[in-house]
Design a protein around this ligand. Structure first.
Ligand code: ADP
Ligand code: ZN
Length: 217
């Protein structure tokens, strides 16, 4: 299988598509956001460093993030492909991956970018609720759990992420346009870039992504 990057602004639906892709193609799901949240909830030194940064919507420093991903990608379970979700998010991260990937036999094969207009991102993030236990994601009107406030998959009580507030979202979107959007050009030049419209609905979007991945098997 392939070594894949999934990118897009916060609220584009990366998490939802990531879950479907890794289930369908049996790939390890490497979400830097999830790794940081895990570190925070366990109170590790990395978590302590990242907590305030993440809550205000800023990016964790490149050295920390690159180190984390390097360690994770080096593990055996990534030998037959992986899905990177939320990394790289800056040009220095992409440059580091470009060197590191081939070095450890993990060169990137393709980049999937999901785009959604800002107003819709704001609406999605404002209504997003997540399961702190299994990571499932819901929306108060678009993707309701069967029982209000409770995760369908594991029964845990849903929460709103600390960075899913208007103020932090503004910072995240600013950072996205300044720091992450330039990766589109970067990966276009590398010939790896594939764009998808995130407004077509989760099912249709997954079908389109699946078609691309089936063809590049
Ligand atoms: P979203 O895509 O919804 O903004 P994520 O769960 O991917 O959320 O990431 C949450 C936060 O974790 C980011 O706002 C950022 O603070 C931090 N983070 C995740 N990935 C990276 C990265 N590659 N570089 C720097 N910070 C990151
Ligand atoms: Zn759950």
């Amino acid at each position: 299988m392939a070594n894949i990057i999934l990118m897009g602004p916060p609220g584009a639906g990366k998490g939802t598509q990531a879950k479907r892709i890794v289930d369908a193609f049996k790939l390890p799901h490497i979400s830097t956001g999830d790794m940081f949240r895990e570190a925070i909830s366990q109170g590790t030194p990395l978590g302590l460093q990242a907590k305030a940064i993440i809550e205000r919507g800023d990016l964790v420093p490149d050295e920390l993030t690159i180190g984390l991903v390097k360690e994770r990608l080096s593990r055996d379970d990534c030998a037959e492909g992986f899905l990177l979700d939320g990394f790289p998010r800056t040009i220095p991260q992409a440059e580091a991956l470009k060197v590191l990937g081939p070095e450890i036999g993990r060169a990137i094969d393709l980049v999937i970018d999901i785009s959604v207009p800002d107003e819709e991102l704001v609406r999605r993030i404002a209504g997003r609720r997540v399961c702190p236990k299994c990571g499932a994601s819901y929306h108060i009107t678009d993707m309701k759990p069967k029982k209000e406030g409770i995760c369908d998959r594991c029964g845990a009580e849903l929460i709103q992420r600390k960075d899913d507030n208007a103020e932090s979202l503004k910072v995240r979107l600013d950072n996205y346009y300044k720091q992450t959007a330039p990766l589109i050009d970067f990966y276009e030049k590398e010939g790896l870039y594939h764009h998808f419209d995130g407004m077509v609905g989760a099912d249709n979007l997954f079908k389109e992504i699946q078609t691309l991945l089936e063809a590049s098997k």
